[in-house]
Design a protein around this ligand. Structure first.
Ligand code: ANZ
Ligand code: ZN
Length: 862
């Protein structure tokens, strides 16, 4: 044996190895023409500090990147910053810091923190979306999409904060008030820029199928629901009665009260069960009537105060008002129906109007019961003679009745027949609609990508010419007054019209930051290209083979990126349609929460356990232990990665975030967990450090060690490939325990085992892996060593468990070497204590023994 092993000191070893990687430029992307692998983690917003969630995300990506590199791929693994957005402006307003300075300072800080993690990132490709070199290219393709008709302007309704003088995103409106000012938010119409994502609605749905198996089903389903393709019919209901105040005008008069009412339905088969029409509160007819009816005006106001999201509307109690209008049934002009306005009808879906069929729609039923409207069932389940509708609508399949020419048909046939009839009558048509809306990208904000457009009084909307890009954000702005600093800048927006030379003004809206993140993965393939995207580089590297990030981006970011990839591909700038061939959504890092007696949140380092009870260290008082929740500043249940790295080392931190839970699940941070990881790193080092190359051994032990090694290679490889990092780590723990206790093998055999160990732990704990690799005399860096390959015959389990059946019932089992001969198995089975006991207890003896080698032993007793 060598001298007694030294203690592993991550504080010196980790910087030493990181310096070696840096000196060798080890992580600069190499394109040697081999198979490529593009690993990407969702790039961070530079909020100030790397948190545990970031750390887990990037470590996962790093495991994949290092593993693929070892497997011989050319790996692209870049990093950048999603750097535009609100928080920088808020910091500017609150602390008087310039958004640019704040952002780049944060980037510097977070870059340094990320570098500590020993990630195999190609930092030479780094960029921030607020770099003019990046957003200038974005402006270039934005104009290309504009020329292709995918960008347009129209009035859109926005949430307007009258105190901050600004547009708010939906998530910035809390209980109807601006999140910063607390002011009641108003709806305003503003001329805004939109991207025509709806042109790609079908293609975005179809593409989801190609991602099956490589994207979580949950995310594919969320996208499908978000796009919300719906097949049905548009119907026109002729108005036969209008209120006094609106009557008398010309049929096509200014109030449109006589226009047929258009509704959208997915259930034309239930038309004979219609008992009312309901309009959205902001439907034009509702508004026209409100001018003469104060109660309707009040109703509209009340509805405007509840949230506008579908979820808010779904939750709210059903409310409505009878508008005094009547329409006639398209299939039966003798029958007329009342027209109501109802709070559950969305103005932004379909045509903002419905026909209510209470027997077969729950919302309609709740509404009908409340306002005493008729409930007429028209569908009954196949096995029922009649149907009674109480307070639960029947929405299942069945046969149509009470419905004249539709009677007896099943739901699907009746839908088709009803649509055919409606079309024949000229009262409507079959229609497919989508929930997806065009993407409003205008933000009345400073810290974003300027929209490269000039408005000219005579030429209208004019593109900024290519040679004048990028349109750079001016630095000299102030935030002392609310509103958009670009709009009130003394000079920036005043330019000459690029087309006619007259005085003109720049567009002062900037782009939604989701535009910035919709193509950064393509820019990474050549971040210095003159064109927005170097097509050759993009063709070489895209699609991203493995994308990793939070499930909170399941819809917006991931859908926008899929859309922009299609749009750029149709514009000839790219060849792929799907940007992310594989997607993994990782769980969160969670921690217990603590509250003091007076209700203040306490950080983990402000509490400690005394005699089994948590106490506030400062006050010595008992602490209320709350739920385990996502680490967040507001609840103070945060552990900073930096502290962990300083106390336990990078490798221990990396190992811990992956070891305690499957990657897609949340992992709960516990001090004990990271201490365990740190002890493991020590054990790994001790194995290497106590290696004695000259040790003599026994050939049988060498062979046994080889088998153990190949089993470990198999198990760890499968865990890494299947994204089951926690199980791969568990196998590593087991292999390390085996090696520690394994005696009798030669120095050469042990070196082979340790060489495999170094390569297997390298993706997880790369620093100690390099140290160990050198210590056992391997050349170069483990980083560049090929991933070990197992021999299936060596990796196979060499023992099998055979069940023993007596007269067809399982009574026990024996463990035998694989391939043991029938005689040996029989002997073992008959000597088995469970068998002996059974025969004794039943006073039976063996009549026959049937051994199926490696499978089962059947005994016939009597
Ligand atoms: C009559 C009917 C009868 C309906 C029935 C359903 C069941 P999806 O599948 O999501 O597209 N609807 C249409 N426009 C609406 C709007 N602007 N706000 C709220 N609801 C609206 O849903 C389509 C169904 O939702 C339509 O079919 C319509 O109600 C309602 F037994 O028409 B149905
Ligand atoms: Zn002009």
């Amino acid at each position: 044996m060598s001298a007694s092993p030294t203690r592993y000191d991550p504080k010196t070893a980790e910087p030493r190895q990181q310096a070696r990687w840096a000196d060798a430029n080890a992580f600069v992307t190499k394109d040697t023409g081999r198979k490529k692998y593009y690993v990407l983690e969702m790039f961070p917003y530079p909020s100030g500090n790397i948190h545990m969630g970031h750390a887990r995300n990037y470590v996962m990506g790093d495991v994949v990147a290092r593993h693929k590199r070892a497997q011989g791929y050319d790996v692209l693994h870049p990093m950048g910053w999603d750097a535009f957005g609100m928080p920088a402006e808020n910091a500017a307003m609150e602390r008087g810091i310039h958004p640019k300075g704040w952002t780049y300072d944060n980037i510097a800080n977070m870059r340094a923190q990320l570098k500590l993690l020993g990630l195999s990132l190609d930092w030479s490709r780094e960029f921030a979306t607020c770099d003019p070199e990046y957003y200038g290219k974005q402006q270039a393709w934005f104009l290309e999409l504009y020329r292709r008709g995918l960008v347009y302007r129209r009035d859109g309704v926005v949430n307007w904060d009258p105190v901050d003088n600004t547009v708010l995103a939906n998530e910035q409106v809390i209980d109807g008030r601006g999140w910063r000012s607390g002011a009641l938010v108003e709806k305003r119409k503003l001329n805004q820029w939109f991207l025509r994502i709806t042109d790609y609605a079908d293609d975005l749905i179809d593409g989801l199928q190609t991602l099956e198996g490589r994207w979580p089903d949950k995310v594919r389903l969320m996208q499908e629901n978000w796009i919300g393709k719906s097949k049905g019919a548009t119907l026109w209901w002729d108005v036969v009665e209008v209120p006094e105040a609106l009557a008398g005008g010309p049929a096509d008069g200014p109030n449109h009260a006589h226009d047929p009412i258009e509704v959208y339905t997915t259930r034309p088969d239930t038309l004979f069960g219609a008992s009312f029409i309901a309009l959205a509160p902001d439907h034009p007819l509702t508004k026209a009537i409100a001018e003469h009816r104060p109660d309707v005006a009040d109703f509209i106001k009340i509805c405007a105060q509840t949230g506008t999201s579908e979820a808010d509307i779904e939750k709210a109690e059903k409310l409505g008002v009878d508008l005094g209008v009547r329409v006639q049934h398209p299939f039966d002009p003798a029958q007329t129906l009342p027209v109501w306005s109802a709070n559950f009808v969305l103005s932004t879906y379909g045509s903002g109007a419905i026909f209510g069929c209470p027997a077969h729609d729950q919302r309609d039923l709740d509404f009908a019961r409340k306002y005493d409207l008729p409930v007429t069932p028209v569908v009954k389940p196949d096995d029922a003679d009649t149907i009674e509708v109480g307070n639960e609508a029947y929405t299942g399949p069945g046969r149509i009745f009470n419905s004249r020419f539709l009677d007896g048909m099943d739901v699907e046939a009746a839908k088709a027949a009803a649509i055919a009839k409606i079309e024949a009558l000229g009262q409507g048509k079959g229609a497919t609609i989508y929930r997806l809306r065009d993407w409003g990208v205008s933000r009345q904000r400073y810290w974003g990508c300027p929209i490269p457009i000039v408005h000219c009084a005579s030429c209208g909307v004019v593109e900024v010419p290519a040679d004048q890009l990028p349109v750079i954000l001016p630095d000299d702005v102030t935030f002392d007054v609310p509103g958009n600093p670009l709009d009130r800048h003394p000079t920036w927006k005043h330019v000459k019209c690029p087309s006619c030379g007259a005085d003109a003004v720049r567009e002062t809206d900037t782009l939604d930051t989701f535009v910035d993140s919709s193509w950064y993965f393509a820019r990474f393939t050549d971040p210095n290209a003159d064109a927005p995207i170097n097509k050759d580089a993009a063709d070489r590297w895209l699609a991203v083979d493995q994308y990793i990030g939070g499930v909170e981006h399941a819809v917006l970011h991931l859908l926008y990126a899929r859309f922009i990839t299609r749009a750029l591909s149709d514009a000839g700038m790219l060849s792929v349609k799907e940007p992310f061939a594989g997607l993994f959504t990782q769980g969160m890092v969670v921690h217990e929460t603590y509250k003091s007696q007076n209700g203040n949140w306490l950080a983990p380092d402000q509490v400690e356990k005394r005699d089994g009870k948590w106490v506030d260290i400062e006050l010595g008082q008992p602490v209320i232990v709350g739920d385990v929740e996502k680490m967040s500043k507001s609840k103070k249940n945060v552990v900073a990665p930096q502290e962990i790295l300083e106390t336990h080392g990078v490798d221990a931190g990396r190992l811990f975030v992956l070891s305690d839970s499957p990657p897609e699940r949340d992992v709960q941070w516990t001090p004990g967990g990271v201490e365990g990881a740190s002890r493991f790193v020590q054990r790994v080092w001790t194995l290497f450090d106590s290696h004695d190359a000259a040790a003599a051994g026994d050939p049988a032990r060498d062979a046994a060690l080889l088998k153990e090694t190949h089993k470990a290679i198999k198990a760890v490889s499968e865990g890494v490939e299947g994204f089951r990092f926690n199980s791969a780590i568990a196998k590593l723990y087991a292999f390390v325990a085996t090696l520690r206790d394994f005696g009798g093998a030669s120095g050469a055999a042990r070196k082979e085992a340790l060489s495999a160990l170094a390569r297997l732990v390298a993706p997880f704990t790369p620093h100690v892996a390099e140290e160990g690799w050198s210590r056992i005399g391997e050349a170069g860096m483990v980083l560049d060593a090929p991933w070990p390959v197992y021999d299936p015959s060596l990796a196979a389990d060499d023992e099998v468990v055979l069940p023993i059946q007596i007269n067809g019932k399982r009574r026990g089992e024996i463990t035998m070497p694989r391939g043991a001969d029938a005689k040996a198995v029989e002997a073992e089975a008959l000597a088995n204590p469970a068998v002996v006991a059974y025969l004794d207890a039943n006073s039976q003896s063996i009549r026959k023994v049937i051994v199926v080698p490696d499978r089962i032993v059947n005994l016939v007793a009597g």
